[in-house]
Write a protein that binds this ligand. Structure first.
Ligand code: ATP
Ligand code: MG
Length: 297
């Protein structure tokens, strides 16, 4: 990394907060922002993992804020491995990962935000959404026949539905942030060629065969439609209170570094601290200390 570039600037390069028009083509999936080698990044990531572990301890102990991390990407962009590496130092008691799949019959009997609301992190916790309610303006938009399964009253399914969903999402996220849940969203932006290589690798490597899904090839053919849907999604749902990070994803080591940097920067800005004791609580500790000391005598 160039000496002049501070690590915290890294996340800033890819943050989209709705202040200006967003164009997906301005983000190069192969970009590494001057970080020269995987070794450099791995060293930095190790330091970030330690920093995140310390911050999470305070988040948990303070029990006021919660953190929601949303990950969206096309297949093989590295969502799973990013979550695994970035959160590898975090105490499992303070973290919960939810993977959102095709909605169940029960989920389809509710509005599209319902299942996400059930999975939100408690105060002090980190909640990770591996895919999320954003599928509702991505896969559902690219495959409008999925809307038919959602049992929406017919008069509500109009040409305005995507704009209405963006608004529902923005309102939902604003509500969360006003109530102490920090929302950070990551779109891991992989190139079509890198996806092809990774899917081929899933076919070549026996230990990765299980990850290959034939359906992924059909989705791959819809690449331009997905790119349009992603661009529109970021354009309409990037806000100051719940920004997107559009992260280059052709180099997994770089993706992990950007994601961990963004999380650490945000948590640091909260000035988290261990709970401080009131004079009465301090007095009670003194009494307990005296009692335990006497016990051992
Ligand atoms: P991997 O990268 O390992 O394949 P994945 O996130 O793709 O992981 P899968 O179980 O393969 O996990 O896929 C989940 C599927 O569920 C995706 O195809 C996604 O588009 C779909 N899905 C998620 N939410 C919705 C939704 N609201 N409506 C329709 N499909 C959805
Ligand atoms: Mg998949």
């Amino acid at each position: 990394m160039p000496k002049s570039r501070r690590l915290s600037d890294l996340a800033c390069c890819y943050r989209v907060d709705g202040k200006k028009k967003f164009r997906l083509k301005e983000i190069d999936p192969g970009d590494t922002a001057g970080v020269e080698s995987k070794e450099d990044a791995t060293e930095q990531l190790a330091a970030s993992v330690t920093a995140l572990c310390e911050l999470q301890e305070k988040l948990y102990a303070q029990g006021e804020w919660s953190l929601l991390l949303v990950f969206q990407a096309l297949d093989a962009a590295g969502k799973d491995s990013t979550i695994k590496h970035v959160l590898s130092g975090v105490n499992p008691q303070g973290c919960c990962v939810t993977s959102f799949k095709v909605p169940s019959a029960r989920e389809l009997n509710h509005d599209f935000l319902w299942r996400a609301a059930l999975a939100l992190p408690e105060r002090g916790q980190i909640g990770v959404f591996n895919r999320s309610y954003y599928e509702e303006v991505l896969v559902v938009r690219v495959h409008p026949q999925l809307l038919e399964k959602q049992k929406l009253p017919k008069p509500l399914v109009t040409g305005k539905i995507w704009k209405e969903r963006f608004k529902s999402i923005n309102d939902f996220e604003r509500h969360l942030t006003h109530n102490g849940t920090i929302v950070l969203k990551f779109f891991l932006h992989v190139s079509r060629e890198e996806q092809r290589k990774r899917l081929l690798e899933r076919l070549r490597d026996k230990t990765k065969n299980w990850k290959f899904e034939i359906g992924d090839l059909a989705e791959r053919k819809l690449w331009p439609r997905y790119m349009d849907a992603y661009e529109d999604m970021v354009q309409h749902t990037a806000t100051e209170c719940a920004p997107w990070h559009v992260v280059p994803a052709d180099h997994k080591w770089f993706t992990r570094l950007v994601v961990s940097t963004a999380i650490i920067e945000k948590l640091r800005s909260l000035k988290l601290h261990f709970p401080t004791l009131t004079p009465d609580e301090k007095k009670a500790l003194g009494v307990a200390r005296a009692e335990l000391t006497r016990d051992g005598a």
